[in-house]
Ligand binder design. Sequence first.
Ligand SMILES: CC(C)(COP(=O)(O)OP(=O)(O)OC[C@H]1O[C@@H](n2cnc3c(N)ncnc32)[C@H](O)[C@@H]1OP(=O)(O)O)[C@@H](O)C(=O)NCCC(=O)NCCSC(=O)C[C@@H](O)CCCCCCCCCCCCC(=O)O
Length: 711
Amino acid sequence: MATYSRLPGSVALITLQNPPVNALSAAVRQGIVDTVQRALKDPKVTSVVICGQNGKFCGGADIREFAGPMLGPPLVPMIHAIEAVDKPVAAAIEGVALGGGLELALGCHYRIAHSKALLGLPEVTLGLLPGAGGSQRLPRLIGLTAALDLITTGRQHDSSFFSSLHLLCVCSQSISSVCVSGQSLDSRRLSTLPCPCPPDVDSLLDKTMVKVRQRSRGALAPVACVQALMAAASLPYTQGMEKERDLLTTLFNSGQARALQYAFFSQRVVGKWSLPSGASWDNSAARTISKAAVIGLGTMGRGIVVALALTGISVVAVETQEKQLAEASQVVPAMLQREAGRRSLATPPGVISFSSNLQDVCEVELVIEAVFEDMSLKLQVFRHLTSVCRPGTLLCSNTSGLDIDRLAAVTQSPGLVVGMHFFAPAHVMKLLEVVYGPRSSPEAVATAMQLGKRMGKVSVAVGNCPGFVGNRMLKPYLEQANFLLEEGATPQQVDEVLEEFGFPMGVFRMSDLSGLDVGWRIRKEAGLTGPGVESTRTRQGRRYSPLPDQVCEAGRLGQKTGRGWYQYDGPGGRVARSDHWVNIFLEAYRAEHGLVARSIAPEEILERCLYALINEGFNILQDAMAAGPEDIDAIYVFGYGWPRHHGGPMFHAGQVGLGRILERLQHHHHNHPDVPHLKPSTLLRRLVAVGSPPVQKWREFINKERVHSQL
Ligand SMILES: CC(C)(COP(=O)(O)OP(=O)(O)OC[C@H]1O[C@@H](n2cnc3c(N)ncnc32)[C@H](O)[C@@H]1OP(=O)(O)O)[C@@H](O)C(=O)NCCC(=O)NCCSC(=O)C[C@@H](O)CCCCCCCCCCCCC(=O)O
């Protein structure tokens, strides 16, 4: 709702009230319409100020309302009516003015903002465009070039940025004196102004269109944003508004908007974590960490040190190999400086001290081990840590899939051991998997989750199983990609299909980037390859492709060696080019194993890679290793490049239709009975059997099934 009060004198104050962010729900819109009317009717009122309760102006349209029928007064005519009134109206912005909130402010005649307020039009991130006049008013106020950047990226900025664009007025006169002076409001009505455009407007629009198509392959909203701004640049306001409305209607009804809005809420759902034990975000106290240590200063360790230091935590960075330590003590401060600059932090907040001595961690509150992915080495480190650290120190491992409980078992306080699985580069990537073992205490989980949040990560609590959630699902995906090569596909074909779907990189390009030796080492440790293992296509009772092992054996480890599934300009090269060697190698391999290459349709490539991954997601939910589909989807969107406009693998499954996913998995499993990952999960079957409920209902369904021991 919105409240009305008269300030001493002649100013009416309208306060938006809809906690927590004063979103423009039907009740708020109705409140605005009513209170503006009241102010207009009151002869003592000469000017109006609109503000938001609790120091937040407005977080925009109420996204939750998008799921149902639109009730209450529509936003566009409401904002238009405010712009048209003949008493001056000012938006007093504190906290946030985002989306529809900023559009409301653009309909006012004056905008004043607190220096710390954040403003922006983030609709594109929700699969929409600023559809309450924002796409037409903003460029008329700040010019086409600046509006294109803000609207197509959804970027938010503080008020000093917007003051420099003259979006905010530095009012030398108070609102009431504006009114008293009888100053005309005509020039304050943005819809009446022309749109300032650069001379090369067509070239600017073309270049922006190319850029947005490249940046977010297959995403509709950025393209529609450019189209709406083209209209603002070339059409009168009323026709521009018609274009805005048409584009918004198309986007609003698209699956992409639903996916992106789901992604918005899933990011928030995962913060409200709960464990099978009943421990959860609201009943578990977190410790505040001010001193931490990182053990192992390879790529991951260095990134973690920077991520911690950026939050103001003092870090002891330990590396026992002198050469690596010397290199890290040069590189890490530079990384910190660069990242602090990128985040506009004047000076890097945290203090880092480097050491080669594990004893130096004895004073810290939390340790993150980031040594080589080797269980015996990690066990050795944990044994050492438990003897040198103060009692009560939290011991965390950055393992990407090893058993947290085995590490906990060698410590004096297994309850204080959790996994903190970062993604490379750790100071940049948003995802953190917080892995709880059967003995991890709620306090340890809460502390790791909160620490992740402080570092600006999306922290997701996951259970302790091989590969946790992300890498466990990646395994069947990679496996299918390798099988497809055996059957006749090329790495480029597979990658193109996945990139067309929206992944920034296909599976083979991604593997080359991460280093093919990472998986090779894991497979060796699992006894799947290595000396003494027979080179067959069946291992440990299931189909196995030795292709990636053989590529590694040929010394091709990916970008770092200049050769992998592709060739590069040299070691460390970035541009992947197809490599004749790979084609010859694949032909020889198929001949050796009596395989006849067939032509594989893009649909089969996509289905086998994605549905195998999705199927494992259902298994993970069934095993209670993730609390709900939102957790899996957040992991894939923030850690694995899953295109956000497809919501995440589990959301995508719902959009494709669970029945269809089941039927295709059955089909592929029938053709490949020796691939257990293609066997449809029990949970998927159960969901289809009860009529394929929407993804938002799965959590409840799974809990009920568990109670009745159906899963
Ligand atoms: C605001 C934030 C920056 C605050 O961040 P903070 O970290 O402090 O807090 P949280 O993010 O955790 O949020 C707290 C809490 O609030 C919920 N929430 C936040 N914002 C919204 C919102 N806008 N709506 C609803 N709920 C919101 C959040 O979920 C949390 O809840 P929880 O239960 O988890 O505690 C940050 O929250 C943020 O960034 N918010 C989003 C800001 C945003 O994106 N705003 C834009 C919204 S879209 C918009 O404004 C569209 C406009 O352009 C209007 C377009 C017109 C629409 C008309 C529709 C007509 C359709 C026409 C089609 C016709 C169809 C046909 O005919 O067929």
